[in-house]
Ligand binder design. Structure first.
Ligand code: BTN
Length: 128
């Protein structure tokens, strides 16, 4: 069966793109995230991400998580998901995310998190 590789360029349903590089055999990875949207009015800048992936399971469709440290806002986003090869042989990431924004006071904590779903497809997928 075809393996799902996290490395490379991905685009999601919002038009955001990211590029992932595997750092080591442990499954640690880094990358750059270029979001197409923002909860802020600040100018969007590509931002670094750091993540971790399980070694591929026997179906080679591994689970992973990563954190994006936004370069242009005080927010942090964490994503968790799984890499799948669909029936057409396309690599797809099914993910959910939490976006934590920075609020001025503890009383505003309740409104500091957004949650959502994103699906990514591989742009330049690797041959094997
Ligand atoms: C911010 O607005 O403070 C930083 C940008 C947040 C972009 C979010 S992260 C989850 C969702 N998926 C995307 O590709 N972009 C938005």
């Amino acid at each position: 069966a075809k393996k799902c590789y996290l490395t490379g360029r991905w685009v999601n349903d919002l038009g955001s793109t990211m590029t992932i590089k595997i750092l080591n055999a442990n499954g640690d990875f880094s990358g750059i995230y270029n979001t197409s949207v923002s909860a802020t009015t600040k100018e969007i800048i590509p931002s670094p991400l750091l993540g971790s992936q399980h070694p591929p399971n026997r179906w080679n469709q591994s689970t992973f998580g990563f954190t994006i440290h936004w370069s242009f806002s005080d927010s942090i986003t964490v994503f968790t998901g799984q890499c799948f090869v669909n029936d057409d042989g396309k690599e797809i990431l099914k993910t959910m995310w939490l976006l934590r924004s920075c609020v001025d006071k503890i009383q505003d904590d309740w409104k500091a998190i957004l949650v959502g779903y994103n699906e990514f497809e591989h742009l330049e997928s690797r041959m094997d």
